[in-house]
Write a protein that binds this ligand. Structure first.
Ligand code: F3S
Length: 755
C-alpha cells in the first residue's frame, strides 16, 4: 500500500480536539482552512490566536512530495542533514525530464537514457531514506498524489508550485523550495505567514459545455495573476458539491495561476467516491467519522462575508466556457466573445494544435468527455482540422482509458499520445518547426501559457481551456468556433453541430493498471549506496559550508551593485540551466548573470578589482574565491522575488559571497539566504545604496555581538582613500543567528543528530 494509513489515523484522531480548542480560542465559527491549519500547528494544541496576513506560524505538514527537477537539490541537502530516514512520508516523481516528441514509449525510452544518472540517483536516494519513488512514466506528480496520497483535512508541502492540486481532495497543499522540503523531511517545523482567506461561493450547477476548468478561468479573470497572493481560497456552495473530486482538483491546481498560497474544498460525497474508486476505502471511512471537522462550521458558509477577507460568488448556471490567454492565464474571455476579441487583438485564429492532459486536466472524467467529442468526428463525417495530443496524468488513468476504448477513439482522429509526464506543459516538447518562430495559435488544457512555455516559440499564442473545449476547437481548427452555437461543415458538405460532451466521473468498471510505476523504499536503507559519479556534470554531492570564523568580515570586494529588478531568475536562470539543478558547482556558472550592473548597465559584466578587467560575474567571483577574498553583492528593492529556488542562495554561498546587502528582500529568498548561512542585510537608510562605488572594499562590523534587532555597520573604503560608514538592518532571530554562525541550518540539523 502506497499511502500511510497510520499517519492519517493520527491526524484524524487529534483533529477534533484541536479544532475545538481553536474555535474556543478565536471565539467564533471556523472556516475549513482554519481547521486544517490550527490542527497542524508544530506546537500541538492551539494556544495563540494568529493574525491573518501578519503572524508567522510553525506548522507540521503530514507529507512531502517532490518532482524530479527540484528533488535533486532537496535530496542532496537532505543527505547533508545526517538523518537515517525521512521524518514524514515523502515521495519523488519523475515527470519533468521527459521530452514529448515521437510518442509515449519512444520518448520514455530516450528520457531513460538521457537522464539515467539523475533517475538512478533519485531512485537510490529514495530507497535509502524511506522515500516512495515513482519511476519515469508513472505519471505527473500532482495526479499521482491525488490518486494515492491526498486526503481530506491533511497538510502537505511539495517542491512544485502546482502541489496545490491536492486541494481538490480537501487538503492544504502548498508549493515550496527544496530547502523547506529538506527541513520537513529532517523533522523540523515549516514556517508560513498565516494566510488571508478568500471565499468563493459557487451556486447553480455545471452543464452542457461548461466544465470545472471554466470556474478557475473565470476566477483568474476576476483576481488576476496576483490577486491570490498570501491567501488561501476556500470554495463552497451547492455548485461545489455537484462537481467531481477531480474537477475540484483542476480548480485547486490553477490556484497557482492567481498567486494563491493554495485552495481547498470541504469533504463531500464526490471525495468519498474518489477515495473509494482509487482503492482507499479505509481513508473514506475514517474521513466519514470526522466529517464535521473536514468542512467549515455551518455558520461560516451561511454568512461568508463575516468570515472571509474577500468573497466571490459565481453562478454556474450562467457560467460560459472560457478561453484564457494568450500569454497570460488571467486574460479570460467567454467563448461567445472570442471572435470579437480575436479580431480586435489580431490573434491568429487558425488552430495548429490542441493539447489535452497535464496535471491540471487528465482525470478519467476529462478524458471521457473529450473522447465523447472525438467520437462524433466519425459519426458526423467530420475531419479533425488541427493536430491533437494527449499527455495522460498517470499510468493508472492511461491504462484505464485504453481499456475503456478512449485511446482508440482518439487514435481515429489522428491523435498522438505522449508519455505520462509534463512534456509540452513545461516546454519539453520537441515541436517540429517551432524554431522558425512563426506566429501561430495552440489551445491546451494545461495551466500556464506564458510566452515560450510550451514550445519555446515566442510567437505561439497559447490559449487555456477545458479539455472538452480544446477538443472541440481542435476538431474545428478555428479559435472563433463556439461549439454551443456554431455549426461545422462535414466532409459531405452538410452543416452539423457537436453534441455537448458527456462522460463518467469515474470508470464504471473501476480503475485498472498493470504496473503503476511505484518503487517502495527499503525497510532498512542503511546499506543502500547512493549513486553519484564523481565525474558527473549533472549531479554533485554537497560539502558542508564552512562555519563563521568568529570575527567581523573585512576587506570584502564589491562583486556587483545590481540595479533594478533582480529576481531569482536574474540570480539563477532556468531554461538550459535546469539540467544542472543537481550540480551546485556547474549551476553556479549562471550566478547573477541576469543582473544589471549599476555602473555600466550591462548584464554579466563586472569589474574584477584584482585585475581591473571586466568579465562575467561567475568568473570574477571565482577569481576572488581562488584568492581567498570574500565579496559582497548589493541589490535594489525586493531582491530575490520570483520562485523559491534555493539555488539563488546556494550559488553565492558556494562561490564565496559573504554578504548580500539590499534595499529590501523578497521574504522567501531572504529565508533561503539565512538557511544557507549567508548574511542578508538591508540599508537602514535606502539612500545609502548611492554611496556604494565600483572599486569599494567593504567591511561589516558588529558580528561578534550579532543579536536580534541590533543593527550592524557597513564601512566603505573608497578607492580615493576616503571611508564612509552607515548602519544596516537585519531580521535574524536567535535561531537564524545560530544558522549563520554554524555556516548554515543544515550544519545545525546534522549536529542535533550527533548529540
Ligand atoms: Fe508538470 Fe505542467 Fe503540471 S510542468 S507538474 S504538468 S504544471
Amino acid at each position: 500500500m502506497a499511502f500511510d494509513i497510520e499517519m492519517i489515523k493520527k491526524v484524524y484522531e487529534r483533529m477534533p480536539a484541536r479544532v475545538e480548542a481553536a474555535r474556543k480560542l478565536v471565539g467564533r465559527p471556523l472556516t475549513l482552512t482554519e481547521k486544517i491549519l490550527y490542527s497542524h500547528l508544530w506546537d500541538g494544541t492551539p494556544g495563540t490566536i494568529y493574525e491573518r496576513g501578519k503572524s508567522y506560524v510553525d506548522f507540521a505538514p503530514d507529507r512531502v512530495a517532490m518532482q524530479d527537477a527540484t528533488a535533486q537539490m532537496a535530496l542532496l541537502q537532505f543527505m547533508q542533514a545526517g538523518r537515517p530516514k525521512v521524518a514524514v512520508p515523502s515521495t519523488v516523481h519523475c515527470d519533468h525530464l521527459i521530452t514529448a516528441k515521437v510518442g509515449s514509449s519512444e520518448d520514455l525510452h530516450s528520457a531513460e537514457v538521457t537522464n539515467k544518472e539523475v533517475y538512478d540517483f533519485l531512485s537510490s536516494v529514495s530507497n535509502k531514506y524511506g522515500i516512495g519513488f515513482w519511476k519515469p512514466g508513472a505519471g505527473i506528480i500532482h495526479q499521482v498524489v491525488l490518486e494515492n496520497y491526498a486526503f481530506p483535512g491533511g497538510m502537505m508541502i511539495g517542491t512544485d508550485s502546482h502541489t496545490v492540486n491536492a486541494g481538490g481532495l480537501g487538503m492544504i497543499a502548498i508549493g515550496v523550495g527544496g530547502a523547506d522540503a529538506c527541513d520537513v523531511m529532517a523533522g523540523l517545523p515549516w514556517e508560513l505567514k498565516f494566510p488571508k482567506l478568500i471565499g468563493v461561493k459557487l451556486t447553480g450547477k455545471l452543464s452542457g459545455w461548461t466544465a470545472p476548468k471554466d470556474v478557475i478561468l473565470k476566477v483568474a479573470g476576476i483576481l488576476t495573476v496576483k490577486g491570490g497572493t498570501g491567501c488561501i481560497v476556500e470554495y463552497f456552495g451547492e455548485g461545489v458539491t455537484s462537481m467531481s473530486c477531480t474537477g475540484k482538483g483542476t480548480i485547486a491546481n490553477m490556484g497557482a495561476e492567481i498567486g494563491a498560497t493554495t485552495s481547498t474544498f470541504g469533504y463531500d460525497e464526490s471525495m468519498e467516491r474518489y477515495l473509494r474508486s482509487t482503492d482507499r476505502n479505509e481513508v473514506a471511512d475514517l474521513a466519514n467519522g470526522i466529517k464535521e471537522h473536514l468542512t467549515a462550521d455551518a455558520e461560516v458558509y451561511a454568512n461568508p462575508e463575516k468570515y472571509f477577507d474577500q468573497l466571490i460568488e459565481i453562478n454556474l448556471d450562467e457560467l460560459e466556457p472560457h478561453l484564457n490567454g494568450p500569454f497570460t492565464p488571467d486574460l479570460a474571455t467567454p467563448i461567445s466573445k472570442i471572435k470579437e476579441e480575436a479580431e480586435k487583438n489580431g490573434w491568429p485564429t487558425k488552430i495548429e494544435v490542441g493539447l489535452i492532459g497535464s496535471c491540471t486536466n487528465s482525470s478519467y472524467e476529462d478524458i471521457a468527455r473529450a473522447a465523447s467529442l472525438a467520437k462524433q468526428v466519425a459519426n458526423k463525417n467530420l475531419k479533425t482540422k488541427a493536430e491533437f495530443t494527449i499527455t495522460p496524468g498517470s499510468e493508472l488513468v492511461r491504462y484505464t482509458i485504453e481499456r475503456d476504448g478512449f485511446l482508440e477513439t482518439f487514435d481515429q482522429i489522428g491523435a498522438k499520445v505522449f508519455a505520462n509526464a509534463c512534456g509540452p506543459c513545461i516546454g519539453m516538447w520537441a515541436r517540429v518547426g517551432a524554431e522558425k518562430a512563426e506566429k501561430n495559435t495552440i489551445v491546451h488544457s494545461f495551466n500556464r501559457n506564458f510566452a515560450k512555455r510550451a514550445d519555446g516559440n515566442p510567437n505561439t499564442f497559447a490559449f487555456v481551456g477545458s479539455p472538452e473545449l480544446v477538443t472541440a476547437l481542435a476538431i474545428a481548427g478555428d479559435l472563433t468556433f463556439n461549439p454551443a452555437t456554431d455549426f461545422l461543415t462535414n466532409e459531405k458538405g452538410e452543416k452539423v453541430k457537436l453534441d455537448p460532451p458527456t462522460g463518467d466521473e469515474l470508470p464504471t468498471k473501476g480503475f485498472a493498471v498493470e504496473d503503476a510505476g511505484y518503487q517502495a523504499p527499503a525497510e532498512d536503507g542503511s546499506g543502500v549506496t547512493v549513486a553519484v559519479a564523481p565525474t558527473s556534470d549533472r549531479l554533485q554531492l554537497l560539502d558542508p559550508f564552512a562555519a563563521w570564523e568568529g570575527t567581523d568580515l573585512k576587506g570584502l570586494k564589491l562583486l556587483i551593485k545590481a540595479k533594478g529588478k533582480c529576481t531569482t531568475d536574474h540570480i539563477s536562470m532556468a531554461g538550459p540551466w535546469l539540467k544542472y539543478r543537481g550540480h551546485l558547482d556547474n549551476i553556479s556558472n549562471n550566478m547573477l548573470i541576469g543582473a544589471v550592473n549599476f555602473f555600466n548597465e550591462k548584464t554579466d559584466n563586472v569589474k574584477n578589482q584584482l585585475t581591473g578587467e571586466y568579465g562575467p560575474v561567475p568568473a570574477t567571483q571565482r577569481a576572488y574565491k581562488a584568492a581567498g577574498i570574500g565579496s559582497i553583492v548589493v541589490g535594489d528593492e525586493n531582491y530575490g522575488e520570483g520562485s523559491s529556488r534555493e539555488h539563488a542562495a546556494m550559488e553565492p554561498r558556494h562561490l564565496g559571497v559573504r554578504v548580500v546587502l539590499t534595499k529590501s528582500f523578497a521574504r522567501i529568498h531572504e529565508t533561503n539566504l539565512k538557511k544557507q548561512g549567508m548574511l542578508g542585510v538591508t540599508f537602514a537608510t535606502p539612500a545609502d545604496y548611492d554611496k556604494i562605488q565600483e572599486n569599494d572594499v567593504i567591511d561589516i562590523i558588529g558580528l561578534t555581538d550579532f543579536a536580534p534587532g541590533k543593527q550592524l555597520t557597513i564601512v566603505l573604503h573608497h578607492a580615493d582613500g576616503s571611508t564612509e560608514q552607515f548602519a544596516v538592518n537585519h531580521t535574524y532571530n536567535e535561531q537564524q543567528i545560530e544558522w549563520f554562525k554554524a555556516g548554515g541550518a543544515l550544519n545545525i540539523i546534522r549536529k542535533q543528530v550527533v548529540n
